[in-house]
Design a protein around this ligand. Structure first.
Ligand code: SPD
Length: 386
């Protein structure tokens, strides 16, 4: 069995997952995420939850001295409009949002953009690269008192152990969704999905790094070992798979499953969790061959024009109530321990959002693979049009 090798303290995350889902113990009557009623006992969590979302933290001001503007470049289907609106209401800062559907798209636009973005939302392997390349601003921790709300396993992540550059947004996995009304088969992994009989019944993420990692997992090759030799080995596997795919979609892969356009999908866990919430006919499967655990975080690009506003936003989304609002719309693996206390028992038990301890052991995070990333993109582009 593989163990996650690239994050510190993932064992602790597994313990948390066990606490959340393994024992099937629902959280003690969690209050609704929007409640502003003070709790009877003043535990730190209750106090944090009771704080009206539009008030500054003790000792913090909402006026940063910067123009009241923030340019956020983030994944699509990830930042609820409610959260943006509440931040603007609280601070008077107008947020301009632009979306992307892959880390690679974000990287290209960021490098071409010349400082137009104040806040980006990269995943672990891109953060590793950006830090190496000096592309991120160092954070002023005095602006981020709510870092304390993070679960212990998200406090010291290997790609940025002291939050010098990043604040975790959400973590998640990539897994399989099965419409059990259309597919009665026992789907366990990638090999079960990519069968001739499912041709034109499959949606997958439009993400070269993810697709190649499924091929590597299937061959028992570690997902970060992207040598030319391994790419040559994986090519015929992926070449067999891609003609079976009907839809490539990284923005909203759930849509093709909901519409009944496809019967199977390999999608982000938050998309899977939304499907499971909506209809019991959908089943979530973490691929037996291995799966990706990603950690998406907020970071400030070098030369951002509104870095203090960006830090204010980072601290705002670390508020338990605000983070719980994000989970309400986009139920990924929430890294905020205080926010988890505000989630419903049903959401905490959603198998797509919160993997079990046993499942956590199969997960792997991605590492920066340097120049090989371009080769992967070329490989998948070529195979898609074959
Ligand atoms: N719609 C939000 C999807 C976020 C996925 N981020 C993880 C990317 C890892 N390649």
């Amino acid at each position: 069995m593989k163990t996650p090798r690239h994050l510190l303290a993932l064992g602790a995350l597994a313990v948390t997952a066990l606490t959340l889902t393994g024992c099937n113990k629902p959280a003690a009557t969690p209050p609704p995420a929007e409640s502003t009623k003070p709790a009877a006992t003043a535990s730190p969590a209750a106090a944090a939850a009771a704080q009206p979302a539009e008030e500054p933290e003790a000792g913090q001001k909402f006026d940063t001295g910067e123009p009241k503007e923030l340019n956020l470049f983030c994944w699509s289907e990830y930042v609820p409009q409610t959260v943006i609106d509440r931040f603007t209401k609280a601070t008077g800062i107008k947020v301009n949002v632009e979306n992307y559907a892959s880390n690679e798209e974000m990287r290209t636009k960021l490098l071409a953009g010349g400082g137009q973005y104040d806040l980006i939302q990269p995943s672990e392997y891109i953060i590793e690269a950006f830090i190496k390349e000096g592309l991120l601003e160092k954070l002023d921790k005095s602006m981020l008192p709510n870092l304390k709300n993070l679960a212990p396993e998200f406090q010291h992540l290997s790609f940025d152990p002291d939050h010098d550059y990043t604040v975790p947004w959400m973590a998640g996995t990539v897994g399989i969704v099965v419409n059990t009304e259309l597919v009665p088969d026992d789907i366990k992994g990638y090999k079960d999905v990519f069968q001739e009989k499912f041709k034109n019944k499959i949606v997958v993420l439009d993400d070269a790094r993810e697709i190649v990692s499924w091929g590597l997992d299937t061959m028992g090759i570690p997902v970060n070992e992207m040598s030319d030799e391994n790419l040559a080995k994986v090519k015929p596997v992926v070449a067999q798979w891609l003609p079976l795919v009907k839809v490539y979609d990284s923005d909203s892969p759930k849509t093709a499953l909901l519409n009944g356009d496809v019967a199977l999908g390999i999608v982000w866990s938050g998309e899977g969790a939304l499907l499971l919430r909506q209809d019991k006919k959908f089943k979530w499967v973490l691929p037996a061959e291995g799966a990706h655990l990603f950690v998406d975080s907020l970071a400030i690009p070098k030369n951002a024009k509104h870095p203090k506003n960006a830090e204010l936003f980072m601290n705002f989304i670390l508020r338990p109530k605000i983070s719980a609002l994000i989970s309400a719309d986009f139920p990924y693996l929430n890294p905020n321990a205080e926010a988890r206390k505000l989630l419903s028992a049903e959401d905490l038990a959603n198998p797509a959002s919160f993997p079990t301890a046993e499942e956590m052991k199969k997960l792997e995070t991605f590492k920066d693979i340097g120049q090989q990333a371009a080769k992967i993109d070329d490989l998948i582009t070529t195979l898609k049009v074959q």
